[in-house]
Design a protein around this ligand. Structure first.
Ligand code: PFF
Length: 470
């Protein structure tokens, strides 16, 4: 197993630390902010089902592929892809997967950081008592005031980029290991308590049904409006967005997992680790949905409210529950940490690569990468105010939406497809067999079948469907 290569960037001290750090990368705004809002926009249960299928049939097998490539190459994704392509006699063009991943990382961080900035702002809103006794309308106006102010958004975005850069500059292991193993479980417990609150105070049955009742016609429909006014059109978009979200939430397809895989100890089992990470990530998303939708329905809010959904909904719960002042503050602090441990992994591939090829210190590399992401992020912040008008939109999307759409729904699945194809066809069976070292042959064969046929064909079908070919 392995090839006894060492990573110049350090190693995780154990498999458990890798699992924790990768859960830190996977669990973030994607689970608590994005999953509820896109589920609300695409109509609930049918979307959730497609998302779960994508996690199982595409996400988990590709995550195993990413980790095994990372461990085999033991370098940044770009260098790993170059090195492995050379060793396996495949084309050097496979390294494009690494370069595209770096670009996707920048794009994602440039909107992720703005939303993380909202969470930071809400820590202070909540701590200052600004959410006490708040109504649904009041909460919508607090959110509207925040996103309407370019100055505030840019300040919080700047703070978050600095936080991210500071950790990456020190090396991913320092601080992250300990922080993540305490804070992730804390976030989990917090979500459980909020589901309890939603059960008692919210319209739990309606929220639950919204998430889990599958109306198959909605798989291929995008609807807008409400009640009798509802208008639906046939579209491949829900499928594409559900698949894109499976990649986004597992941090797949851009090299983040490959970069973390490079620091995995030689003898650690990849299969078990991957399944643990994917299950934890999925549970957090479903708990977030169960905490939010009952409150959405009980307070007469709109599930399709868009990116502001949790920021308009949760304050209504915090503002009216006993101890909500403290509870809300702690919740937003944990949300910031969850976003922080994810954003670190967005820049790690680029920083590791710059350290390798330019021989820069981590500090220089991290600050350069941070500065570029910061600059790109200004456009995302302005998308909610000065650049929100139709004259600044492309294909009906603001810059913020466009970056999310291109990175999550196109670049990540495409990266994932190429990773699957490289492992299955570019490198071949012997490499996967050696790295995965699954003792049960049947299990390996099943994974090998999925990575060769099921995942690539699945991604191709969704892509073709979304452009109207299928
Ligand atoms: N998985 C993170 C989340 O769900 O919030 C987002 C993310 C992190 C996406 C790292 C991609 C990535 F490489």
């Amino acid at each position: 197993m392995g090839n006894q290569r060492e990573s110049v960037h350090g190693m995780w001290s154990s498999r458990a630390v890798f699992v924790m750090a990768t859960i830190g990368s996977a669990v973030g705004l994607g689970n608590i902010w994005k999953f509820p809002y896109i589920t609300g926009e695409y109509g609930g249960g049918a979307f959730v089902l497609v998302y779960l299928l994508c996690i199982a049939l595409i996400g988990i097998p590709i995550m195993m592929a990413e980790v095994l490539l990372g461990r085999r190459g033991r370098a940044s994704p770009i260098s790993t892809m170059k090195r492995l392509a050379r060793e396996e006699g495949a084309s050097a063009a496979w390294s494009l997967v690494g370069y595209a991943g770096v670009v996707a990382g920048f794009l994602i961080l440039s909107f992720y950081s703005v939303v993380a900035g909202w969470a930071l702002a809400y820590v202070f809103q909540s701590a200052g008592g600004g959410l006490n006794g708040i109504t649904a309308a009041g909460s919508a106006s607090v959110f509207g005031d925040l996103v309407g102010s370019p100055d505030q958004l840019v300040v919080w975005h700047t703070v978050f980029i600095l936080m991210t850069t500071a950790v990456v500059a020190r090396g991913v292991r320092h601080g992250l290991e300990r922080a993540v193993s305490v804070l992730m479980p804390a976030l989990f417990v917090m979500l459980l308590i909020m589901v309890g609150y939603a059960y008692v105070e919210g319209d739990f049955a309606r929220g639950f049904n919204f998430l889990f009742e599958v109306n198959f016609s909605r798989v291929f429909q995008v609807c807008s409006g409400e009640g009798a006014q509802i208008a639906c059109r046939v579209s491949g978009e829900p499928l594409l967005v559900a698949m894109g979200h499976a990649f986004f939430t597992l941090s797949l397809g851009m090299g983040a997992i490959m970069a973390y895989g490079a620091y995995v100890p030689d003898h650690a089992s990849i299969t078990g680790a991957t399944i643990t990470i994917a299950v934890a990530d999925t549970l957090v998303a479903l708990l977030a949905g169960l905490a939010i939708f009952p409150i959405v329905f009980a307070s007469g809010l709109e599930p399709g409210a868009g990116p502001g959904l949790i920021f308009q909904t949760l304050p209504v719960a915090f503002g009216n529950m006993p101890g909500g002042h403290l509870f809300g503050t702690v919740f937003f602090v944990l949300l910031v940490f969850a976003a922080w441990s994810s954003s670190i992994s967005l820049v790690e591939p680029a920083v590791a690569w710059l350290v390798e090829v330019r021989r820069w210190s981590r500090v220089t590399a991290a600050f350069l990468v941070g500065a570029l992401a910061w600059l790109l992020g200004i456009g995302s912040a302005l998308s909610f105010n000065v650049w929100s008008g139709p004259e600044y939109q492309v294909l009906g999307k603001t810059l913020f939406d466009l970056k999310d759409f291109v990175a999550s729904n196109i670049m990540l699945p495409l990266g994932g497809l190429l990773i699957a194809l490289f492992v299955a066809y570019g490198a071949g069976r012997h490499m996967a067999l050696e790295e995965l070292s699954i003792s049960r042959q049947r299990l390996f064969d099943a994974w090998w079948f999925v990575i060769r046929y099921v995942s690539p064909v699945g991604i191709a079908i969704v892509f073709l469907n979304s452009v109207g070919v299928l």
